[in-house]
Design a protein around this ligand. Structure first.
Ligand SMILES: [Zn+2]
Length: 60
């Protein structure tokens, strides 16, 4: 699984980020964050996430 360098979304079986459409992906990431309700999640606000999904906590 890869992570998008632009928005940190995790990308499965694709070379394109489903959230922002970027093709700038990396395999070097740490920490899995699942955001279910971005509008209600303090963590989502902290990480600047507006779309529900799985995200990497940190990129190398
Ligand atoms: Zn992205």
């Amino acid at each position: 699984m890869k992570a998008c360098k632009q928005c940190k979304a995790l990308v499965k079986n694709s070379n394109k980020c489903p959230v922002c459409g970027s093709e700038d992906l990396t395999e070097k990431w740490y920490g899995l964050v699942v955001i279910l309700n971005p509008e209600k999640s303090e963590l989502a606000k902290l990480l600047n996430i507006n779309v529900a999904g799985e995200y990497a906590l940190q990129l190398e």
